[in-house]
Design a protein around this ligand. Structure first.
Ligand code: SF4
Length: 455
C-alpha cells in the first residue's frame, strides 16, 4: 500500500533532514526517511546487502523520492568519492538505413526515404582523423541494420580508423548490429560461436568495446509490441557474454518510459545484474581471485570498493595499451538508463517519462545494479540540466562532448547535439563535484589542449 502525503507534509519532512549532500556512510545510517517503509532498504544498502525485486518496486512506489536519491548518492560516493567522469568523444552514425522499423525509433529510414543516408568509408576516415586531431579519446559508432552492406564494410571501417587515428578507442556496434553481422557473414547458423567469431574478427580489426544500446526492456510482451523483429533479451545477453569472454568490456542500457511497466524495468535490472555476476566470476577466475561459487558480487557495500578490491583499478590499468583493453577485462562497465523520447516515432502519442521519473529511475538503477561500477547520466537524452540532478542521485558519469548524435533529438530539434568540455566541467562543478576526464575504460586522462596522456 502506498502511503499518501500532502506536498506540505512532504516538504516539511525534507526540511527536517539532518543529512547533507553528499552523505557519508556514517550520515546515511542516521538518514531518517519520511516513508518508514524505506528503513529496511536503507539498512540493506548501508550494509552492502543486495536488494530484491520487491525492494526495487518499493523504491519506485514510495513518495519519498529524495531518500531514494540520497541513498543512491551514498552508493556512488562510496564508490567514486566526489569524482564525476566525462570524456571527449565523437559519435558517428554511419547509416540510418535499417531493415527494421521499431515503433519507438525516430532514427531509421528506408533506402529511398527522404533523409536516408550512408557514409562512404572516406567520410568516416575523415571524421575519425578530425576527432583525433581535436583531442578526442573515443569514437562511438552505431547505425541501422543496413540491408545491403557486406560484413567487409565494417571490418574495413575499423581497420581504416585504426590506421588513421590509432589512439582513438573504437566503441562500436550494438548487440542487434552484431547479430545482423553474423547473418550477413553467413555465421548465424553457428549460433553463439558464430557471434563470437564475428566479434573476434571485429576486435582484431580494431574494435575496443561494445556500447550498451539495443537492450530496450527485457520483456517479451514489450518486445513483441514495440520492437518485434529486433533481437530478444537472450540474444542481446549472448552478444555481451561473448564480448566479455573475448576480454572486451561493454555497457548496458535500459530504454524506459514507453509501454513497459515499472516491474518490467526492475526485472531488466535484475537480469543485467545476474549476467554481471557471471562476468565478474569469470573475470575473477582469469585473475586468480577466489570468489564463492554462486556468490553475488556486490561492489557497492561499505567495505567493498571496486578500486581497491574486486575489480581492476583504472589506475592500475593505466600501464596497459592505450585505446585497446587488456585481455584481463570483460564485464559491464556502465548502466545507462535512457528515457524514451516520443518525438517523430510511431509511439509519439505517448507522453514519455517525466523529469522526476527519470531521476528516480536513475537512482534505482544505482541501487539495484550493485555490481555495475558506473552509472551514466546520458546528458544528450536527459538534458544537461537534468543530468546535474542525476550527479547527486547516483550517477558518476556524464558521457562526453559527443559532437554528432543523430539517434534521438530532444524536443524534435533539427540541430545535431554537442557540447564543450568547459560546459561539462562547469555542470559538474556546479554540483559541488570534481570533473575527471576519462578514457573509454575509465582511466583518468591528463590533457594539454588536444594532447592527452593516461594519468
Ligand atoms: S532501433 Fe535500431 S534496429 Fe530498430 S529501427 Fe531503429 S535503427 Fe533499426
Amino acid at each position: 500500500m502506498i502511503p499518501t502525503v500532502s506536498p506540505d507534509q512532504f516538504n516539511a519532512a525534507r526540511k527536517q533532514r539532518t543529512t547533507v549532500s553528499p552523505p557519508s556512510a556514517a550520515t546515511a545510517r542516521t538518514l531518517q526517511p519520511f516513508d518508514s517503509n524505506l528503513q529496511p532498504i536503507i539498512e540493506k544498502v548501508t550494509s552492502g546487502i543486495r536488494l530484491t525485486a520487491g525492494d526495487g518496486l518499493l523504491l519506485y512506489n514510495t513518495p519519498d523520492i529524495w531518500t531514494v536519491c540520497e541513498l543512491a548518492h551514498l552508493v556512488r560516493t562510496r564508490l567514486h568519492g566526489d569524482t564525476v567522469f566525462f570524456n571527449i568523444n565523437r559519435h558517428i552514425n554511419y547509416s540510418n538505413v535499417c531493415a527494421l522499423s521499431c515503433t519507438f525509433c525516430s532514427f531509421y529510414r528506408k533506402k529511398d526515404d527522404d533523409g536516408a543516408y550512408q557514409f562512404e568509408l572516406e567520410e568516416i576516415i575523415k571524421q575519425a582523423g578530425e576527432a583525433e586531431r581535436a583531442g578526442a579519446t573515443e569514437l562511438h559508432i552505431v547505425g541501422g541494420l543496413h540491408p545491403w552492406l557486406k560484413f567487409d564494410y565494417y571490418l574495413d571501417m575499423l581497420r581504416a580508423i585504426r590506421q588513421t587515428a590509432p589512439r582513438l578507442h573504437i566503441k562500436a556496434f550494438t548487440a542487434v548490429e552484431i547479430v545482423h553481422f553474423a547473418r550477413i557473414a553467413g555465421r548465424a547458423r553457428d549460433g553463439y560461436e558464430g557471434i563470437k567469431s564475428v566479434l573476434a574478427d571485429l576486435r582484431d580489426a580494431g574494435l575496443g568495446s561494445l556500447p550498451g544500446g539495443g537492450a530496450e526492456v527485457f520483456d517479451d510482451r514489450v518486445h513483441d509490441e514495440a520492437f518485434k523483429g529486433k533481437i530478444k533479451a537472450g540474444k542481446w545477453l549472448e552478444v555481451h557474454r561473448a564480448a566479455h569472454e573475448l576480454g572486451m568490456n561493454s555497457n548496458a542500457t535500459m530504454l524506459y518510459g514507453h509501454i513497459e511497466s515499472r516491474a518490467d524495468r526492475i526485472q531488466h535490472m535484475i537480469t543485467l545484474r545476474e549476467q554481471q555476476d557471471r562476468a565478474l566470476h569469470d573475470w575473477a577466475h582469469r585473475n586468480n581471485i577466489s570468489l564463492q561459487e554462486n556468490d553475488a558480487v556486490v561492489l557497492t557495500g561499505p567495505d567493498e570498493s571496486y578500486t581497491t578490491a574486486r575489480l581492476p583499478s583504472p589506475f592500475e590499468s593505466a600501464a596497459g595499451c592505450e585505446g585497446i583493453p587488456s585481455s584481463a577485462e570483460g564485464y559491464f562497465q556502465t548502466i545507462i538508463p535512457l528515457p524514451f523520447i516520443p518525438d517523430d516515432s510511431a509511439l509519439q502519442k505517448l507522453p514519455g517519462p517525466s523529469g522526476m521519473e527519470n531521476l528516480r529511475t536513475l537512482a534505482i538503477s544505482r541501487l539495484m545494479l550493485d555490481n555495475f561500477p558506473h552509472v551514466k547520466a546520458f546528458w544528450i537524452m536527459q538534458t544537461l540540466e537534468m543530468a546535474q540532478y542525476m550527479l547527486t542521485s547516483g550517477a558518476d558519469d556524464i558521457d562526453g562532448t559527443v559532437v554528432w548524435y543523430d539517434i534521438t533529438k530532444v524536443g524534435g530539434t533539427t540541430t545535431h547535439q554537442e557540447t564543450t568540455i568547459w560546459d561539462l566541467q562547469r555542470a559538474i562543478r556546479e554540483c559541488g563535484l570534481t570533473p575527471v576526464e576519462r578514457d573509454t575504460l575509465y582511466r583518468p586522462i591528463t590533457r594539454t589542449g588536444a594532447d592527452w596522456q593516461l594519468a
